[in-house]
Ligand binder design. Structure first.
Ligand SMILES: C[S@@+](CC[C@H](N)C(=O)[O-])C[C@H]1O[C@@H](n2cnc3c(N)ncnc32)[C@H](O)[C@@H]1O
Length: 337
């Protein structure tokens, strides 16, 4: 037997030791806490924890080796996120318990303030993009996925939900308002909410041209301002512009009336980083499982999903999430029985 090789051989106990070591540091525990519902790049984490980039890289390496964080490549950038605990694997129970304990901690207020700063920087970049590019909006959208490519799928999902004629709809980020005529035809009252004055102006022109009398346009930020809830909340190609999508889903779930629906059209995860510059995207699409997990964490249940493949290589996901009715259960459950 080769003694040297057997000495070096990886032993399961090493994995447990790596897990304990990774958890044995206050900064690393706080990093795990900060990653509860978000993912950050190493520079963002260095900013949030007011530490040098190389120090942060070291901590992330230790967390990654212990299987506590995973990376996701977004074009040229690497984002860190929590790895999910896998109960059946060695250390899985300890991993899950560690995350439970970490989630009971409150992050120090200075760290929370710097997370808000990073979110603010992301949101400002997105807002700035739409202020600059409203004039060429349609061309911008067509680069990846315009409404004509997912309209039929979205409408088939929407129509299957069978909303009453007097039900209300809320479209977040209507862009040039191309989907508003469809909503106006199907709902008693529609609110369209956008935080870009230039984009809202495009939507206003569309509503006037189409004579949509039941659409109210509001200049407001979907994540920070107050606005009324609706029976059906629609987001088409908007979530990837939000600084913190998982947190955003929690906020949006609150805007859905009990028994109502959240419909999300989004890009599936992709690797075409040019979309950041060309289309102002903060995130390069989303994993289907992530959207479902975030929605469930926001108190919604998963309904029907449709997927549309495009010739340019992008894939679109059209997702329905239902808000359980306090009395009769989720609409999705009722309509698919
Ligand atoms: C890529 S466009 C999508 C437009 C349209 N839904 C479509 O599919 O053609 C994203 C829209 O979301 C808006 N938006 C981005 N962040 C927002 C926020 N936090 N609150 C409200 N609107 C937002 C932008 O101004 C823009 O009109």
């Amino acid at each position: 037997m080769n003694m040297r090789a057997s000495h070096l051989a990886f032993h399961p106990v090493d994995a447990l030791a790596a897990l304990c070591k990774a958890g044995g540091d206050p900064l690393r525990l706080n990093v795990l806490r900060a990653l509860a519902n978000d993912s950050f790049g190493v520079l963002e984490l260095a900013q949030i924890f007011a530490t040098g980039q190389s120090g942060m890289s070291h901590h992330l390496k230790v967390l990654a080796q212990a299987g506590l964080v995973a990376t996701r490549r977004e074009g040229n950038a690497i984002f860190y996120r929590r790895a999910l605990a896998q109960g059946e694997r060695l250390g899985g129970t300890l991993h899950a318990a560690l995350l439970d304990e970490v989630d009971a901690l409150a992050l120090p207020s200075a760290i929370q303030a710097r997370i808000a700063e990073v979110h603010g920087q992301r949101a400002a970049a997105s807002q700035d993009f739409f202020a600059r590019t409203a004039a060429s909006f349609q061309a911008q959208q067509d680069l990846i996925a315009g409404l004509p490519q997912y309209r039929d799928s979205l409408l088939s999902l929407l129509d299957a939900l069978g909303f009453a004629a007097q039900a209300t709809a809320l479209e977040i980020g209507p862009g040039d308002g191309a989907f508003l005529p469809e909503l106006a035809r199907r709902f008693g009252q529609v609110t369209a909410l956008d935080n870009s004055p230039a984009m809202l102006e495009l939507a206003r022109t569309r509503c006037e041209q189409e004579g949509l009398g039941n659409v109210e346009l509001r200049l407001a930020d979907a994540l920070n301002d107050d606005y009324p809830a609706a029976d059906c909340v629609v987001l088409n190609m908007v979530l990837h512009h939000f600084a913190a999508p998982a947190e955003a889903l929690k906020r949006l779930a609150r805007q859905v009336n009990s028994g109502g629906s959240l419909l999300i059209t989004e890009l599936c995860s992709h690797n075409q980083s040019w979309a950041r510059q060309a289309c102002g995207d903060l995130w390069l699409g989303f994993e289907q499982d992530d959207l479902a997990r975030w929605a469930v964490a926001a108190g919604l249940t998963t309904g029907e999903s449709l997927y549309v493949g495009l010739r340019n290589g992008f894939q679109i996901q059209v997702r329905h999430f239902a808000k359980p009715d306090e009395h009769t259960g989720p609409r999705a459950a009722l309509s698919h029985r």
